[in-house]
Design a protein. Sequence first.
Length: 126
Amino acid sequence: MTKGLVRYYGAGHLHFITGSCYRRQPQLHTAGRRDLFLRILEQARRKYRFVVHGYVVMPEHFHLLITEPETGDPSVVMKVLKQRLRAKLRYGILLPIGFGRSASTTSMCGASGSGSRNCATCTAIR
C-alpha cells in the first residue's frame, strides 16, 4: 500500500477509479477482452451490490464511476475484478494479460505529473 494514502469509505460517495494494464500495454484492445472485462465487472457488481454510474474501457486502461458497495469497499471490488480478469485471460482461451499490483488509483487521469497522457480520448461513457 502507498505510504500516506488515506481512503475514506462509508459516506456513500461515488468513487472514480482508474485501472491500468501492466506497463500500460494494450491488453484490452480486442472486443472479446473488453466484453470479458464487462462480464466480470457485472459479476462483481452483483456480488458486492454496487451501482456502476459510468465506465470507459480503453486498450490499456479503464475508468469506473461506482457507488460504495454494500459488501466490502471499492478496494475489495478492484482486487476481485483484476484477479478474476487476470485468471480468466491467463488460463482461458485468450492470451495472457498482466495487471500491475499498484495499477489502480482513485485520482483523476492525467492529474499527476507521472508522465501519463491525458484521457481526453476517453469521452464515451457507456
